[in-house]
Ligand binder design. Structure first.
Ligand code: SAM
Length: 163
């Protein structure tokens, strides 16, 4: 689904407050083969093309330890999306569905997430497979895949006690 400014049958747009982007700090840029939304996959696939995640300073040091993970969760800002449709019609068939029952890029805060396969870490650059965003999409965050992540140390007695 590629959404520019159309309203389809079954859809509802709302008046948006001015967007402030919540003061997010973009920590890098995502490089993919896709420059048009029509070309982008709807969801990334692990056998998809190799993409590059390029971290900005001063966040590069934050990659320390990430190479231990086979999979990483990537959060990105779908910056070309409209944000005002509370009901949408993905199939353009006249029936609308609420935005929070969809993974559409058109949402009030257009955060995209993908779990990608981590192929290589080369300084500030991660090579990954499994993305579905446009070339130049801003990077919001990286986290180890939750199924692989273990807390580094077990909680100690007293950790949760308050004075
Ligand atoms: N995997 C993410 C998720 O589920 O949160 C995103 C899924 S969303 C359906 C993927 C689609 O968003 C792509 O097919 C493309 O049409 C659109 N898209 C990709 N990059 C975008 C960007 N930077 N701005 C706006 N739309 C984008």
């Amino acid at each position: 689904m590629v959404r520019e400014n159309e309203i389809r049958a079954g859809e509802v747009a709302v008046d948006m407050p001015p967007a402030t982007d919540a003061g997010l700090v973009f920590i890098g840029t995502i490089r993919t083969p896709w420059t048009l939304r029509l070309e982008c996959p709807r969801q990334g696939r692990e056998d998809g093309p190799v993409c590059r995640i390029e971290l900005f300073e001063p966040w590069i040091e934050g990659l320390d330890g990430i190479a231990a993970y086979e999979r990483v969760e990537v959060l990105y800002w779908l910056d070309k999306s409209r944000r005002d449709l509370v009901r949408q019609s993905p199939k353009n068939d006249g029936t609308g569905r609420g935005i929070f029952s969809l993974r559409s890029p058109v949402r009030p805060n257009p955060i995209g997430t993908s779990v990608v396969r981590l192929l290589r870490v080369d300084g500030p650059v991660l090579e990954v497979a499994g993305l579905d965003c446009l070339d130049g999409t801003p990077l919001v965050d990286l986290k180890p895949d939750r199924s692989q992540f273990r807390p580094l140390a077990p909680p100690q007695k007293g950790d949760f006690e308050t004075a």
